[in-house]
Design a protein around this ligand. Structure first.
Ligand SMILES: [Zn+2]
Length: 400
């Protein structure tokens, strides 16, 4: 059983490096096997992160307003609230012997980077922000009676560029005007820039539901998992799909931008999602795709047509990017929806926690996500020749 062997090797490595704390650690995460798959109980998750968690019965809907709820799961569903924002798990929560269980994949790949993005290795390294206005030229994207997605997206990115430049970022745009750039070229632009992140801006549309509204953000689907729009039941079909070496960083970037968006602009929270869109699949750097509202909904299409509203959208994206860059400096979680709503001029000032060694309580997470996922890498200077760490998340056994 190769999976077992792999898990053992993580354990051995962890006990070698962490030493005695591993005994305490083993009690922290209690992996529950169901049909050969690894799960953690919601109770265990709640205790580990010291956050209250609620599980609502199967078929229930999470309420519209989510900002005041730290952790909430729906039995039988992938929908969840994490830090007050809707987030989509790769696999549904199941009930087993009186406990609500979340897959180990989701604890490692979804919950951990969303709750503690500041602990993701190599997170926040940004010199260049590659801004990608969706569509262009013959590809108009979604349409409203006020205009085309390609034009609104370009305008948001044009507004975003000087804001980011003023914050000291180098900014590259994948297109400067109304023409189409092949998706692989957009990804190449990001891949060839030094310490870059890729932020694609789009607007949404729905042919089925003219009332659909709200923001959502996507990062690349982890290896072995279905995308948010796929049926979890057919997940076996996706097991051969490759993942990304930077999916934890991308999820962290999603969290930073999304909380700022929903925290600054009162739009419906559709959630933090995963997809295998070409631009996310082809980029080798942390990458997200923002859907900044629906052009097919009357009220929202009107908002999107307003240049002041688009300026606000650009401002919120910029704050999110800035917070992402600050993660390794502040070594604490970024502001979340509730923080933005409370204030907000500046982030609450908290003492900088000392990082560099794994807290005892976190040691057992080594067994789940691997050591390098927990230890901040020294980031004193650029390391061009050093390959990204591949241990940690990517080699952690992914079972369901
Ligand atoms: Zn689009």
């Amino acid at each position: 059983m190769p999976l077992l062997v792999k898990r053992c090797s993580i354990f051995v490595f962890a006990s070698f490096t962490v030493g005695t704390s591993i005994a305490i650690a083993a009690a922290e995460w209690q992996v529950i096997k169901v049909n050969g798959h690894d799960y953690l109980s919601v109770d265990n998750i709640s205790k580990f992160y010291e956050m209250p968690a609620e599980v609502v019965p199967s078929g229930s809907k999470i309420q519209k307003e989510t900002a005041d709820r730290p952790l909430e799961f729906v039995s039988g569903s992938r929908e969840a609230i994490i830090n007050g924002a809707r987030s989509w798990l790769c696999f549904p929560v199941i009930e087993h012997e009186g406990k609500s269980l979340v897959t180990r994949t989701d604890v490692a790949k979804t919950i951990e980077p969303l709750l503690r993005p500041h602990r993701v290795p190599n997170v926040g390294k940004v010199q260049t922000v590659v801004l990608d206005p969706g569509h262009g030229g013959y590809d108009k994207g979604q349409m409203s009676r006020f205009g085309a997605e390609k034009d609104f997206a370009l305008d948001v990115v044009r507004k975003l560029r000087p804001i980011l430049q003023a914050k000291g970022f180098k900014v590259v745009m994948t297109r400067e005007g109304d023409y189409f750039v092949p998706l692989e070229v957009r990804a190449q632009i990001a891949n060839s820039a030094r310490n870059s992140i890729f932020v694609s801006v789009h607007f949404n549309g729905s042919g089925d539901d003219p009332n659909a509204t709200g923001f959502e953000i996507f990062s690349f689907t982890p290896r072995g998992a279905p995308s948010t729009s796929d049926s979890a039941i057919s997940s076996k079909a996706y097991n051969m799909q490759p993942g990304s070496r930077v999916d934890a960083q991308s999820t962290a970037l999603s969290a930073c931008i999304y909380h700022s968006l929903v925290g600054h602009i009162p739009e419906y929270d559709r959630g933090i999602k995963r997809a295998r869109f070409a631009v996310l699949r082809l980029t080798k750097v942390p990458a997200v795709l923002i859907e900044g509202g629906f052009l097919t909904e009357r009220g929202e299409s009107k908002l999107i047509s307003n240049k002041d509203w688009r300026e606000k959208l650009a401002g919120a994206i910029a704050v999110g990017i800035e917070n992402y860059q600050a993660l390794p400096i502040k070594k604490q979680p970024p502001m979340i929806v509730a923080d933005y709503r409370r204030e907000t001029k500046s982030a609450p000032v908290e003492p900088v926690k000392q990082e560099g060694s794994v807290k005892e309580a976190d040691a057992s997470l080594l067994q789940l996500v691997g050591r390098s996922a927990l230890l901040a890498q020294p980031q004193t200077q650029p390391q061009p020749a050093t390959p990204a760490p591949t241990a940690s998340l990517e080699t952690a056994p992914i079972v369901p």
